[in-house]
Structures are given as structure tokens and as C-alpha cells.
Design a protein around this ligand. Structure first.
Ligand SMILES: Cc1cc2nc3c(=O)[nH]c(=O)nc-3n(C[C@H](O)[C@H](O)[C@H](O)COP(=O)(O)OP(=O)(O)OC[C@H]3O[C@@H](n4cnc5c(N)ncnc54)[C@H](O)[C@@H]3O)c2cc1C
Length: 497
């Protein structure tokens, strides 16, 4: 063993939520905060490599030094290897830059005590600086860390422009601001992006790296937390491996922000999960919590191939506009994925169709107790009739728009035998250690994100969402961490009063 350290709060995982938590919690100079991140860390904003800053590419290709992978079964017989961010900033450091808020009705599934739309709206607003002058200021922030802007009309990729025209001609409303609550009615609009001057602004860049000089904050990269430590029903610290050496950090407060795949895996390895599964792996049971790893949700995505007639090189963001119709989101990507992700084999240019309210619920389980082995992830995508029908209708709508006069002069649409064959995932995994009422035995957390049955242990990442929102989760992940940090600060304020 190397050494034993102490911190008032340990944050496990420096991804989108972990960076916000470490930044906000260390605003209190009397609280020492240690952030442990499995992947590489950086010492300043300027230390972040160009590959992570460049928003025109996704640095997640084969051999990427910024990602970890896991094997998944999307649906019976369809396997995939899937990447997530494994670097300071997490998946938000390698993602597409789409930064769209959840709709007000998405929060109906969240505990209303703390998470009604009215209660979360101030935290969406406080987390951002919306740089666009055309948006209604009542919905937007001007002082928050995350910059948000939409690609202006004059700068849009030709395919984006023609797609938006086709959607409007087909009768869909134009939404000037997809982050306004009114946009939940559906329609086509420019995607709010957390991209500024071509730079993908992750939570590491926005929240953490600018305040690294705080004396009470330490950020340690290349540190994989392997298990939690308990005394009775109280968490007392974490064990980690740094350069092959075991470390112990003692702490009364541990915040798990290792992401929706690795947070449940860490809970399971530490004895919090379905008792039968733990016993089968020889793990002693700390808390029998049947919902850990079970019942997660995500957005299945089907790719509709297109052949653009003229392909011009572009540095546009991957996605500049989307159409929301019913439960689907149609995504006219600006170029082929092998042009967005270095090292991918040549593939067709596609329009994506995401099913944003899917009935499928997946599960995450350990293969063994090796902390460096990713868990198995099973999605059960498109296994219900209702999902298959919604996805088929979405693909048909996408193909109709592509065949419309405004688009048919720009792209050809090859025929396809099975509209659902090109199945993928949007990489929006949420709800693998959910919040919920005590009456729901599958909820792992209370409404303040405290793990039931363990004092001092919190989950603050998209695992905690009751269900994946009907929009991409990144903006909601940042809001969520802001809100939890404020709940903790509020608790401190009350304790001092
Ligand atoms: C390629 C990709 C593209 C995406 N594009 C978009 C998009 O454009 N818009 C959108 O809304 N959403 C997008 N998403 C989803 C979105 O980025 C994520 O939902 C969000 O970033 C999740 O935040 P998080 O804090 O829950 O987890 P993450 O950001 O994944 O953070 C988890 C962190 O924990 C670390 N970690 C894991 N295990 C351990 C351990 N044992 N010890 C220490 N550290 C650990 C990881 O290395 C990682 O840094 C995308 C996701 C991916 C993967």
C-alpha cells in the first residue's frame, strides 16, 4: 500500500457531473475536496490537448487515449463495443456538443420534492451563458460557466439548411430556441451547442480547470477507485489504484460520479446491489439494493443512409439542427462518421433517428470482481412493438423529408430492406442507480441522491436520473450536479444556523 490520505469529500470520477461537484463543493474554503479520475488529468485550461478541444471531431476512435470501452448487447444478437469518456471532463470532453435541455414534462418522472421543472430551471439558467442575442433572456443565463450558442443561419452546413427547409415545408414549426420550454411541443430548430470559437467546452474546461488554484481542492488523474470502504452503515473512504499501487483515502462523504456504467459497477463491487448477484460473485452484501444496474434507459438510434451529391470538406459541428416529432429526434449529421471520428472504417453518410422515449430498460452486471474489467451492458432495444412502430415511423418520416423537393436535389436516399437494421445507441445511458421514493424497492437513491442504507454516500451522475430525458442528457447532467451541490450547501447552511 502506498499511503493513506484524508479529504472532507471525495468525488469519484471527473466527468461532466464530477467536475461540477468538485468545483461547487470546493467553493467552501473550509471543505477539502479530492477528485479522483481514472483517466488523464490536466493542470490548466491551456494544458488540454487540441484533440479534446476541437469540436469538429469526436476523439473516440479506436485506440483513443481519452476513452474506455465496454461490450454491449443492443438487442438480441446485436453486439457493439461502446466508448465513454475516460479523461478529465469525462464523456462531456469527447461528445458531440449538443446541449439541449430536457422538456418540462420530463421532470414529471422525478421526485417532485426537489426536482420539479420550476425547481430545476434556475440551475439550467445558472449553469450557462447563452451567447445568442435572439433568445428570450427569461429562460437563459448570462453568467454561468457553460457557453451555449447555435450555429447562425449564414454559417450552417448545406445539409442542415436544406433539412430545416424540408421540415418547415412539411408543416413542422420552426423552433428558434430548443432550450425554451415552448420547444417541447416539437418542431425543427438549431441545436444549442456548448461549443465556443470551435472549442468543445467540457465541464473540466468550464468549471474545474479555471479554479485549480484553490488550496482546498486536489484533482488526481490516473486514479481508478476500486471499492468503497465502510464502517457499519457509514462510508469511511475509498480504495484506489494509482500506477499499480493501492491507495486509501479516508472520508466521511463520498460522491460517486463515475458515470452511468461505472457507478453501478463500483456499487456492486463494494457490496451494494441485488443480493443474489453479489453472493454469486462472492461479494459480501453491504446493502441489498435490487435496483443497482437494473432498469436503465437510453435512446436507441437507427441510421438512415444517404448519399450527398456534393461532398465538401467542412469543420461544422457534427449536428447543427434536429427535428422533434412525437417521440423521435431526427438528426441530419453534417458528415460521415469516419470523417468525424479518426480511425473508423469508411461508412455511409447517415441521418440519425433517435427514439427519445423508449420503453426498453437495460441492465448492467459484473462479469467478475476485477475493477479494471468493464461490466456487461444489455440494452433490450426495440424489443417492444410500440418502440419498433415508433422507430419505423421515425425512419419513414426521415426518408420522406430526404425525398422532399428541397433535399432531393442534394442527396440520394438508397433503398433499405429492413428500416431497423442499422441499430445503434445515442450513448445517453441514464438511470442505472435511480432516485425514487422509498416505496419503490428498485430505487437506489433518495431525492437528495443519498444511497439508501449507507450514510455519507451519494451518486451524482446520470445513473441517478429516474429515466433518460427526452433530449440528450448533457445539459441536464450539468444542471443536475449544480442542483445537488446546492442541496448540499443548503444542508451545510442549515447546520451552521
Ligand atoms: C461519444 C459520446 C457522445 C455524446 N454526445 C452527446 C451530446 O452531444 N449531447 C448530449 O447531451 N449527450 C451526449 N453524450 C452523453 C453525455 O456526454 C453524457 O451523458 C454525460 O457526459 C455523462 O456525464 P456523467 O458525469 O454522468 O459521466 P461521464 O462524463 O461519463 O464521467 C464519468 C467519469 O468517471 C470516470 N471514472 C469511471 N470509473 C471510475 C473509477 N472507478 N474511478 C475513478 N474515475 C472513474 C471516467 O473516466 C469519467 O471521466 C455523449 C456521450 C458519448 C460517450
Amino acid at each position: 500500500m502506498n499511503r493513506i490520505e484524508y479529504a472532507d469529500v471525495v468525488v469519484v470520477g471527473g466527468g461532466s457531473c464530477g467536475c461540477v461537484m468538485a468545483s461547487r463543493l470546493s467553493e467552501n474554503p473550509d471543505r477539502s475536496v479530492l477528485l479522483l479520475e481514472a483517466g488523464p488529468s490536466f493542470s490548466s485550461v491551456t494544458d488540454v490537448p487540441a484533440a479534446l478541444r476541437d469540436a469538429s471531431m469526436l476523439p473516440i476512435g479506436p485506440g483513443s487515449e481519452w476513452t474506455g470501452t465496454y461490450s454491449a448487447e443492443l438487442t438480441s444478437g446485436v453486439g457493439r463495443t461502446i466508448a465513454r469518456g475516460r479523461v478529465l471532463g469525462g464523456s462531456g470532453a469527447v461528445n458531440g456538443g449538443y446541449f439541449v435541455r430536457a422538456t418540462p414534462s420530463d421532470f414529471d418522472a422525478w421526485p417532485q420534492s426537489v426536482w420539479s421543472f420550476d425547481q430545476v430551471l434556475p440551475f439550467y439558467i445558472g449553469s450557462e451563458t447563452d451567447l445568442d442575442s435572439g433568445v428570450a433572456r427569461r429562460w437563459h443565463g448570462s453568467y454561468g460557466p457553460m457557453p451555449v450558442a447555435r450555429t447562425p443561419e449564414r454559417a450552417r452546413h448545406l445539409l442542415t439548411t436544406e433539412f430545416m427547409k424540408a421540415a418547415v415545408n412539411a408543416g413542422f414549426p420552426m423552433q428558434d430556441d430548443l432550450n425554451s420550454p415552448d420547444a417541447s411541443a416539437g418542431g425543427v430548430g438549431a441545436v444549442p451547442l456548448n461549443i465556443h470559437n470551435g472549442i468543445r467546452v467540457s465541464a473540466a474546461l468550464a468549471y474545474l480547470l479555471p479554479i485549480l488554484n484553490r488550496q482546498n481542492l486536489r484533482v488526481q488523474g490516473d486514479s481508478t477507485v476500486t471499492s468503497l470502504m465502510f464502517h457499519g452503515s457509514k462510508v469511511i473512504g475509498v480504495e484506489s489504484i494509482v500506477d499499480g499501487v493501492r491507495n486509501v483515502v479516508r472520508s466521511d462523504t463520498v460522491i460517486l460520479s463515475a458515470g452511468a456504467v461505472h457507478t453501478p459497477a463500483l456499487l456492486l463491487r463494494s457490496g451494494i446491489g441485488p443480493a443474489d448477484d453479489l453472493v454469486a460473485l462472492g461479494i459480501s452484501v453491504e446493502v441489498d439494493s435490487p435496483g443497482v444496474g437494473r432498469g436503465f434507459s437510453d435512446h436507441p438510434e437507427v441510421a438512415v443512409p444517404i448519399t450527398p451529391m456534393n461532398e465538401t470538406p467542412t469543420a461544422s459541428p457534427a449536428l447543427e439542427a434536429v427535428l422533434h416529432s412525437g417521440d423521435v429526434e431526427i438528426r441530419p449529421y453534417t458528415r460521415r462518421f469516419d470523417r468525424l471520428i479518426a480511425g473508423l472504417a469508411h461508412g455511409p453518410h447517415v441521418v440519425g433517428v433517435g427514439l427519445m422515449r423508449s420503453t426498453s430498460r437495460g441492465s448492467i452486471g459484473l462479469r467478475n470482481t476485477d475493477p479494471f474489467e468493464a461490466p456487461d451492458v444489455v440494452y433490450h432495444y426495440l424489443e417492444s412493438d410500440v418502440d419498433r412502430r415508433a422507430m419505423r415511423d421515425g425512419v419513414a418520416l426521415a426518408r420522406d423529408l430526404l425525398a422532399s423537393p428541397s433535399m432531393s436535389s442534394k442527396v440520394e436516399v438508397p433503398s433499405i430492406d429492413d428500416p431497423l437494421a442499422a441499430l445503434g445507441t445515442s450513448l445517453h445511458l441514464s438511470g442505472s442507480a435511480r432516485m425514487g421514493p422509498e416505496s419503490d424497492s428498485t430505487s437506489v437513491l433518495d431525492d437528495h441522491c443519498r444511497v439508501r442504507g449507507v450514510d455519507g454516500l451519494f451518486v451524482v451522475d446520470t445513473s441517478a436520473f429516474p429515466v433518460v430525458p427526452s433530449r440528450g442528457p448533457h445539459a441536464t447532467a450539468i444542471m443536475f450536479a449544480e442542483r445537488v451541490a446546492d442541496l448540499i450547501a443548503d444542508h451545510d447552511r442549515r447546520a451552521e444556523a
